[in-house]
Design a protein around this ligand. Sequence first.
Ligand SMILES: [Cu+2]
Length: 436
Amino acid sequence: MWQVEHRFHSQLPMATVWAYGASQATATTPGPTIEAVRGYPIDVRWSNHLPDRHLLAASVDTSLHMAHPARGIPTVVHLHGAETEPGSDGFPESWFTAEFAEKGPTWEKETYHYENEQRSTLLWYHDHALGFMRLNISAGLAGLYILRDPANDPRTLPSGRYEVPLILQDRMFHADGSLAYPTTGVNPDHPQWQPEFFGNVICVNGTAWPHLDVEPRRYRFRVVNASGSRFYRLGVATEDPAWSEGPTIRQIGTDGGLLRKAVWIAGGPGRRNHALLVAPAERADVIVDFTGLPVGSRFVLTNDAATPFPGGDPYCHISEHEDNEMMRPYQVVGGTVAKQRSVAATSGEEVRSLHEGGAPRAVTLVVSRLAMVDLDVLDVSGRRLRELLRRALPPGTYGYAWDGLDESGRKVPRGVYFVRAHSGMESATLKLVLAP
Ligand SMILES: [Cu+2]
């Protein structure tokens, strides 16, 4: 475990994170994927090279039941879902600080032993230190562990670059690109701690708003929800109804390994579609089939789980960034790629849609009924930087361009911004990348 710099998005500044790796130069978040084979045990020596000050120091709440070393950051690694001997299980009280200088009461050994006797499945490793787990994972301490079973795993499943892990983590950022985390508790007994955390930016494999080019064939996606509190109800939407109904999706495995029979999530007989619900720490093994889809078509991985689940707000994002659009990993390539980008539309009556306009920083707004419309520019933390418009608009199509200035006329730094159109209960949000 190391403190390193990480870029969550090409247009966001570098952020300091905590990462797993064999050295500081090679450490990453998420950590390196460990691939193990059933029947072949492995040993891992997890060592702590973190600095004395917590990366999210303002969120550490000393009123909790927690590790209290005299100095340094307590860490311990739990391999989630593994059948592991107690001494290697990474109990919350088996924490240790740098150089193993201080240890928790149940600490047993420096080198962990993983037996790899269980059925093949996707596991994940993450920090587990008492009172620090939510913060240490948010700082970046999580990674994948794929257990394979060559004797029993089907040979026909997509593999190599057609097998893609998707580690879902919700995060919050300050406008300077650094990681944010709540620092105010919900009651006076715990001044910093909140029982649940919901970030407003969903990262996949350590990247905010990622995309993935795919070939028109089958892919195996191995999904893990590595978020602290957020559930995901995943689906795939097409950006343009003309493109087709989208790929078919079948779930072939869960936390416990492969299912006896695949379950249709999208596109099955009778097209009875189910959403793929993934709770915190849960894994799902899915086959997504892009075969036959036109080159250039684009699909968006969506999430419509209520937050908190299931009784909360239906929106994915606290500050309504992109509404339902969490990420956009699927683009069928192999020829001319469609030029169109970022359509955020609501099912609303008044603000029908918001598109990228023809020029940089330009947007096109379609209004279908006389409405009072607000058009604002937000930064990545959801703060309003600029009001572009606030007036009643008759039905029509309107173009607006943002000059890249904030409310007081200052030029904003390059980065990721949002334009939000808002009318009554409806809104549509569009992501804009401001290049230098
Ligand atoms: Cu876990």
